[in-house]
Every structure is written in structure tokens, then in C-alpha cells.
Write a protein that binds this ligand. Structure first.
Ligand code: URA
Length: 196
């Protein structure tokens, strides 16, 4: 089965998911990851907000528009990346997902998306995504901009774009983090080309 077929199967299996309490708390739909199944880079946020819940796609609201601008600044397009969230259903009033919601959703869906895409780099947007992948003890303030390893994938935590909307000065740090990712991916590309 090719990657797109596997992703389609995940959607089919979970588009009516009721494995956590969010199913009954006003979500309009399950918002799965979106993008290039062969992406080298994957972005993971926290959970869908109002716009994402309505449109059925991750990062399409204000924070998403900022994220895309920043991706474009390092020479990528939205369609080059795979963009997802730890939790696939909108929490009421955009509250932070509860530990049980995070644990259930990452095991049932997010980890399967990651395994399927198998990107070279995952950029974790904010604390929820960072802790979902690297553990509860990791703080975004001292992990951002650093590369971690998870099953042969580089993980780079950075600030969430919603945080940047409130703290525009932090955009500079996120740009630096994205540049590091870009540099890493370019190096891999050059090395692979040299080996051909
Ligand atoms: N914030 C997130 O974490 N994810 C989205 O999809 C939108 C906003």
C-alpha cells in the first residue's frame, strides 16, 4: 500500500472516532493531518481551533497563516510539508487537551501518521507537541532550537504560531529554528546527490 492509501485508511478508520471525551464536546469533525505524504518535514501543533474544526484542515486560521508565511520564508510551500496536530478534535473553547486525550489520540492516529510519512524532521509547534513526542519533562523554553532524536527522525521544538501572534518578537527565534531545519535538510539532499 502506498503512503496516501495508508493515510486514507487511517482517516476511514477514525473519522467518527469516539475514543476520548472530545467526541461529545462539540467537535464538528475529526481534523487529520494534511500535506505531502512524501514530505521530508512534518509540523505538529496542539489541536484544531475553530477555523480548523469548520474547514476540516489543520492550521488554516490566523495562526496557520502565520505558520505558512514562515515556512515560505525558508523556501518551502504548505504543499511540500505534512502538517498535523497531536489531538485531532477541537477541545471546547480551545482549552489545552487533557493528558488522556493526548495519549489516546497520539497512539491511535498521530504515531501512525508519523510512521507513514517517515519525515526526516519533525518541527513541534509549542509545548503540547513537544511533550507528546519527547516527554512531559521537556520545557519549550529550553528545548526550542535544539535537535532531538526519535526513531531516526530529528525533532525540533519551536514556539507555536499562536504564541507568536501574542509575542511577535519571538518570530526571530522561530525563523532561526526553521533555518536550522532547512540547513539540515539541504545537507542531507547534497549528501544523497553526491552518493548517486
Ligand atoms: N493551533 C493548532 O495547534 N493547530 C491548528 O491546527 C490550529 C491552531
Amino acid at each position: 500500500m502506498n503512503k496516501q492509501n495508508i493515510l486514507n485508511k487511517i482517516k476511514l478508520n477514525y473519522n467518527k472516532c469516539e475514543n476520548c471525551a472530545l467526541a461529545k464536546q462539540g467537535r464538528k469533525q475529526v481534523v487529520f493531518g494534511q500535506g505531502n505524504p512524501n514530505a521530508n518535514i512534518m509540523f505538529i501543533g496542539e489541536a484544531p481551533g475553530k477555523d480548523e474544526d469548520i474547514q476540516g484542515a489543520p492550521f488554516v486560521g490566523r495562526a496557520g497563516k502565520l505558520l505558512i508565511k514562515m515556512i515560505e520564508a525558508i523556501g518551502y510551500k504548505r504543499e511540500d510539508a505534512y502538517i498535523s496536530n497531536v489531538v485531532k478534535c477541537r477541545p471546547p473553547n480551545n482549552r489545552t487537551p487533557l493528558p488522556n486525550e493526548t495519549n489516546v489520540c497520539k497512539k491511535l492516529i498521530l504515531f501512525k501518521e508519523i510512521e507513514t510519512i517517515n519525515p526526516k524532521v519533525i518541527c513541534c509547534l509549542g509545548a503540547s507537541a513537544t511533550q507528546a513526542l519527547l516527554g512531559k519533562d521537556i520545557k519549550i523554553s529550553n528545548s526550542r532550537g535544539l535537535f532531538f532524536n526519535l526513531n531516526n527522525i530529528k525533532i525540533m521544538p519551536t514556539f507555536h504560531p499562536a504564541y507568536l501572534l501574542r509575542n511577535p518578537k519571538a518570530k526571530k527565534q522561530v525563523c532561526e529554528d526553521l533555518e536550522k531545519i532547512n540547513f539540515y535538510l539541504e545537507n542531507i539532499k547534497n549528501r544523497d546527490n553526491a552518493e548517486k
